[in-house]
Design a protein around this ligand. Structure first.
Ligand code: GDP
Ligand code: MG
Length: 716
């Protein structure tokens, strides 16, 4: 030790501004969130901690064994220059893990307005706090098991014109043996952890109290302190009970104190407190200590290493130094913590407590949903990042692709009987052939996975065989023969409707499969975009389930429209005004004529093709029935083609596009501001209200931010 350690006798700190800042930080709860410099008094039970504290603070700490320290006591001294009286404010800070009820009960407690703390009133207050914390009491005969120790903190704030800036924490002492009915093994552990918790704080200065009448070198507390502070920069040793040392053993103690023994970098200070009997006799501690100082061999000790005054001065030096070192760190930590808290509160989204806040939140969600929908339908995918990560959200594209697949399926596999040799007809294998299955190829009517919540309205996928029947003419002929009446040279028109119905029977599974897929695409789009527009999953789910019935209604309408179109095309009379029907029919007939007369052509000598005029007159090679069947075939073929194209367009435009994608009342349009405006307050609360835990977290973060902001102002 080099400085003139307290010889000047200055009782005040060299930099009170700094310490005042620290106390203010504590006052705005910053201590809850970050570690602040503080002084803790640690040691074994009965080592003299409370006596040292009493010496330092001049407060009559109760030292009755029944009331040994069972909770941490924080004492904050503040110089209040503008006041001429000493004020003492007592309060209890609940443990960080205390539940709400307990915390508010403890916070509500206020000590009587104390002008001074005499032993009797202090003792009374301690008893009150024991009860408040619900701690056990040796005199208590009730059978309920109460804890012996508490993690709550008893706090005394003492301010006055003559106080120093100092804050000290007194913690329960370490003990090794259990006392039946009072302390258990678990208590030993709990107290150890509590003490370690305070000692670990890199910004706390440890005052390790060791009685001088024991083997100092083997004291556990010294080892604990050394573990946590190997450099010894924040450990100050205090030796007590020098009056109880065996005669002759004094030199050893003096040696330790003088040489900063046991690697105590900040050194030792020896204090002489009062023993139990002296206390009863009403002795004055300072006078006793002063008298002791002059006794041999203690009079040889450096005065800066003896007595409570020296301890106080040394402490203040250390605290100031420590605070100075720690201050930039504290400031950085407050800033860091503040940033983290702000981020956390931002992640919770805007507050949603009042109906206005809830409606405004929903309106924001809806507006971003609508924007994404417009971009998706306008295939304006560059405008929003969501389209990069999720191809399913490119709604215009996925729907158009599905339209094309539907049109192709219907063109290739939609008819029952093949119309011409160009149809991709697969060879038919006998059923004994083992490879049969392999060659049978199928086209599924559904291309998308279903959605379980829409199971009721979606049509199950079915496989359509890629084999077409080739006995077309036979089928037509039989149908004609089985349904003809008295017509001559013609056939009953209702026959055409019947065979059209048979020919188009696969339209139904293909069209219903198609519309089911578009429903899935749209629903998928809605759920995903909603999720991306709304950061609170719960609100997203609530909104969806609130609108689910209406969505399903809309999906059903699209399905019903497909059924309506199927009915029109496949049931009832055939009709078309499309001239392609006549063109096709004419072409069919001409093809037939051409192929018939082709057989009669002869090659002339000049190499040209020629035909005899008698052969131009079409020679009917077949029966009337066959002729009629062929005629029906040509009409069916021509009509089918026109009807198929009409059907595909109608399904895509009238069912999918109108009802699901771009029409005036699509499912996406349900998510509109007017929907939000129609919600009652109850509905708003139900859909967008904040979950209790979120609400509590928000309040907590708000307070934290408030505290930290106040703290930062103090630090600047
Ligand atoms: P704590 O449990 O660590 O708080 O220890 P206390 O301060 O309650 O002291 C325990 C007992 O040791 C009390 O009876 C004190 O009077 C006594 N004691 C403390 N310091 C001294 C001292 O320097 N000399 C003597 N003779 N007794 C002391
Ligand atoms: Mg004590």
């Amino acid at each position: 030790m080099t400085k003139a350690q307290g010889r000047s006798g200055s009782p005040s700190l060299s930099n009170p501004v700094l310490l005042e800042k620290i106390d203010k930080l504590f006052a705005c709860n910053v201590g809850e969130y970050i570690d602040l410099p503080q002084l803790v008094v640690v040691g074994d039970q009965s080592s003299g901690k409370s006596s040292v504290l009493e010496g330092l603070t001049k407060l009559p700490f109760p030292r009755d064994s029944g009331l040994c320290t069972r909770f941490a006591t924080q004492i904050i001294f503040r110089r209040a220059v503008d006041s001429d009286v000493r004020r003492i404010v007592a309060s209890v800070i609940p443990a960080p893990d205390a539940n709400d009820d307990r915390a508010s009960k403890l916070r509500a407690w206020k000590g009587e307005d104390l002008q001074d703390l005499v032993a009797a009133s202090f003792s009374r207050m301690m008893v009150e706090i024991h009860e408040l914390m619900g701690l056990s009491n040796p005199k208590d005969t009730s059978t309920t098991v109460k804890p012996t120790f508490s993690k709550d903190v008893f706090r005394l704030e003492i301010s006055g014109p003559n106080e120093d800036h100092l804050s000290v924490i007194d913690v329960p002492g370490i003990f090794k043996n259990t006392t039946s009915g009072l302390t258990s093994k678990a208590d030993i552990q709990m107290v150890r952890e509590m003490i370690l918790g305070y000692m670990k704080n890199p910004r706390s200065i440890m005052l390790t109290v060791v009685p001088a009448n024991v083997d100092i070198a083997t004291q556990e507390i010294i080892e604990m302190a050394r573990d946590l502070d190997p450099e010894g920069e924040r450990t100050l040793g205090v030796l007590t009970k020098p009056d109880l040392i065996d005669k002759g053993a004094e030199q050893k103690t003096i040696q330790i104190v003088q040489s900063n023994g046991l690697s105590m970098k900040l050194g030792w200070i020896l204090v002489r407190n009062l023993g139990q009997q002296e206390l009863l006799d009403g002795a004055d501690r300072d006078l006793e200590e002063e008298a002791f100082r002059h006794k041999h061999p203690w009079n040889s000790l450096d005065p800066s290493k003896f007595g409570i005054k020296a301890l106080k001065i040394r402490l203040q030096e250390i605290v100031t130094e420590n605070v100075r070192r720690a201050f930039p760190l504290v400031r950085a930590e407050v800033t860091k913590r503040l940033r983290a808290s702000r981020k956390a509160i931002e992640a919770l989204g805007p507050e949603r407590v009042t109906a206005e806040q809830q409606a405004s939140y929903l309106l924001d969600v809806i507006s971003s949903f609508q924007e994404a929908t417009m971009q998706a339908l306008g295939s304006n995918y560059g405008a929003n990042n969501i389209f990069d990560d999720n191809q399913d959200l490119r709604l215009a594209t996925v729907v158009v692709n599905r339209d094309i697949a539907f049109a192709e399926d219907l063109e290739r596999w939609g008819h029952e009987y093949s119309f011409d040799a160009n149809d991709p007809v697969k060879p038919v294998y006998s059923s004994e052939d083992e490879s049969d299955e392999e060659y049978e190829e199928w086209t599924s009517t559904r291309k998308k996975e279903g959605i379980s919540e829409l199971e009721d309205i979606l049509h199950d996928p079915s496989g359509i065989s890629q084999r077409l029947r080739t006995d077309t003419l036979e089928w037509i002929k039989n149908s004609y023969l089985n349904s003809r009446g008295f017509e001559i040279g013609t056939f009953n028109v209702s026959l055409l409707a019947t065979i059209m119905k048979k020919q188009s029977q696969k339209w139904e599974p293909f069209a219903l499969g198609y519309i089911s897929d578009v429903i899935v695409m749209v629903h998928d789009f809605i759920t995903k975009v909603l999720k991306l527009s709304c950061h609170d999953d719960r609100v997203c789910r609530n909104l969806l389930s609130f609108l689910m019935d209406n969505l399903v209604e809309k999906y059903k309408k699209a399905s019903e429209q497909v059924e309506f179109l199927l009915h029109i095309e496949r049931t009832g009379m055939l009709k078309t005004l499309n001239h392609y029907f006549n063109d096709n029919l004419e072409k069919c007939r001409q093809d037939r004529l051409r192929s018939a007369i082709a057989k009669k052509t002869i090659n002339t000598e000049s190499g040209a093709e020629a035909i005899y005029t008698k052969d131009i007159v079409y020679q009917h090679p077949m029966s009337n029935d066959e002729y009629t069947a062929q005629d029906i075939h040509d009409i069916l073929k021509s009509y089918y083609k026109v009807a198929r194209k009409r059907f595909v367009d109608n399904v895509c435009m009238q069912a999918a596009d109108y009802y699901l994608v771009r029409g005036p009342a699509t499912p996406m349009k349900l998510f509109s501001p007017s929907m939000v405006n129609k919600l009652t307050e109850e509905q708003l609360e139900e859909i967008a209200g904040e979950e209790f835990t979120v609400h509590r977290r928000r309040l907590q973060l708000k307070k934290e931010i408030q505290d930290l902001e106040a703290g930062r102002k103090i630090l600047l």
